[in-house]
Design a protein around this ligand. Structure first.
Ligand code: NAD
Length: 294
């Protein structure tokens, strides 16, 4: 049997379609239009592309996007003042501050200034703590996308051996917590893990969130395992043009795994779709409505 390519583009498009339908119903039945404020400080070209894509996706879903572009010289106090305004604004259901921030601004302070109910990135310590405690929370988008993709392969994740490579607050830790809440048996590995290939070989499900091009080799993979590759790495390609590869040696994985996400076109598209879902959920919760059926 061949290895299945997990088509993140199609799965994300399907989720975005469902969110768009739910947004339409919310506007029609209750006159509510969810809105997201996308805050960009400075002129990092990669961040500008991300922000543009996010705002476009928000608009396509029928939600409102409020773009807040600030100069690179913005002070921490000025940014906190903007966040306070957005927290108080009823038209703003979600607040996203694009990272990284200029060095005069402490990102942790900014994240902590966001109202946890509007924290659609799921990075606020209240949401991280609620997720860790098994309580309802706004969950980080990329980890949520990873779990949705894994569930397109496995009807249930209960009892699976899951190995997460990477322990960042953005991906590794929250994805491990989500997998635990799905009753997987979860191992979190990192740069100090001894004999990572052997640990990885135990896994029915591997989530690679490392940021090292093609580090996970084919002989690290248990035959038939599901591989979710979060990595986005720019490497030199043909003719001096950069190309994007994941954290997993894709061609090797395709020889062994049961299912693999491609890079690009796997986890990436899910992140924006989950951001839209979080914004919709946040909007409903703020208006005292039940969680939308998506
Ligand atoms: P990070 O740098 O914050 O964390 C990397 C983690 O990998 C660390 O916990 C570290 O311990 C671990 N690590 C580093 N070297 C290792 C090694 N040799 N062996 C084992 N573990 C090692 O990165 P991050 O923010 O978690 O992102 C990880 C990757 O995912 C990056 O490539 C990033 O671009 C990508 N990413 C993609 C999306 C998406 O939407 N697809 C979203 C976020 C991050």
């Amino acid at each position: 049997m061949g290895t299945r390519i997990i088509d993140g583009k199609t799965i994300a498009a399907d989720l975005r379609g469902k969110v768009t339908d739910a947004v339409h119903r919310l506007r029609r039945d209750r006159g509510i239009v969810p809105g997201i404020a996308v805050v960009l400080v400075g002129v990092d070209p990669a961040s500008e592309v991300y922000v543009r894509n996010k705002s476009k996706a928000v608009a396509e879903s029928g939600m409102r996007a409020f773009d807040c572009k600030l100069a690179a010289s913005t002070s921490e106090a000025e940014l906190i003042a903007l966040i306070a305004k957005l927290n108080a604004d009823e038209e703003v259901s979600g607040i996203l501050v694009q990272l990284p921030l200029p060095k005069q601004i402490d990102a942790q302070k900014i994240i902590a200034a966001i109202d946890p109910a509007k924290d659609v990135d799921g990075f606020h310590p209240v949401n991280a703590g609620r997720l860790a405690s098994g309580l309802s929370a706004l969950v980080p988008c990329t980890p949520m996308g990873c779990v949705i993709l894994a569930k397109t392969v496995h009807e249930t994740l209960a009892g699976l051996e899951a190995v997460v490579i990477g322990r960042s607050n953005i991906v590794g830790k929250p994805v491990a917590r989500l997998l635990l809440s799905e009753n997987a048996t979860v191992t979190i590995t990192h740069s100090r893990t001894n004999d990572l290939p052997s640990v990885c070989r135990r896994a029915d499900l591997v989530i690679a969130a490392i940021g090292r091009p093609e580090m996970v080799r084919g002989d690290w993979i248990k035959p038939g395992a599901t591989i979710i590759d979060v990595g986005i790495n720019r490497v030199p390609g043909e003719g001096g043009k950069a190309r994007i590869v994941g954290d997993v040696a894709y061609a090797e994985a395709m020889q062994v795994a049961g299912a693999v996400t491609p890079v690009p076109g796997g986890v990436g598209p899910m992140t924006i779709a989950c951001l839209l879902l979080n914004t919709l959920r946040a909007s409903c919760a703020q208006k005292g409505l039940p969680a939308p059926k998506v």
